[in-house]
Design a binder for this molecule. Sequence first.
Ligand code: SF4
Ligand code: SF4
Length: 214
Amino acid sequence: MPSFNSNDQSQPISQSIYESTSRITNMSRQTVIKIGVDALNEVGSDLICKVCILNGGSCCSGCRHLVDGIGCANRNTSCTAWLCGFLKYLLYATRLLKEWDDFWRQVPGQDFREDFTPEVFFVEKPLQMNRIRNLSEALATDLRELASEQIAIGFILTLREKIDKNIDRLNHCKNDPKKQIKIERELQVLSSRFHNFQKALRDYHLNRIEGENK
Ligand code: SF4
Ligand code: SF4
């Protein structure tokens, strides 16, 4: 779900996500929501959401908790954890999706646009995301360009759904390498026009590898 409201768009929160969760075993519902919102800001989801919303793709559309000029009036664990196809792709391509999924799997009571998460619960694994706002910026630029080039209304939203479906399929065939390769190829085709993003992604992985070898 969009990680911002009209008052807090794109403001990164400086608190380290790792520090905020490490060594903690009991976590409050409010803390886990804050960790999630901070992480979404760190990865730059708001930049992608802006393009998506401008193109009519808001995932909050029609929700009774959406307040005009304010945004979400019922921030909950479920919507914070949920990723659309664009955000899923961003984390998949940067190899952060498993980190995200593993963290949220620990949070009980997630539902649709509301949660039944207890006020305090047990969390073992911290959430460690990277600051990849430059990658989100690149993807947002690609989506903006694609949307303006296409005659078909909703082109990028159809793309979002196809990417989403394929990443979900990938997660469901972990023991089938042949099927995985086929789906990964499909994702390469679907993302082949994300030129700015692919360039930024190459740099990101090169820096990551260099960092690991130091
Ligand atoms: S569908 Fe995704 S990109 Fe669009 S507004 Fe929701 S979270 Fe943001
Ligand atoms: S509760 Fe509704 S308005 Fe709030 S994030 Fe979820 S879908 Fe959007």
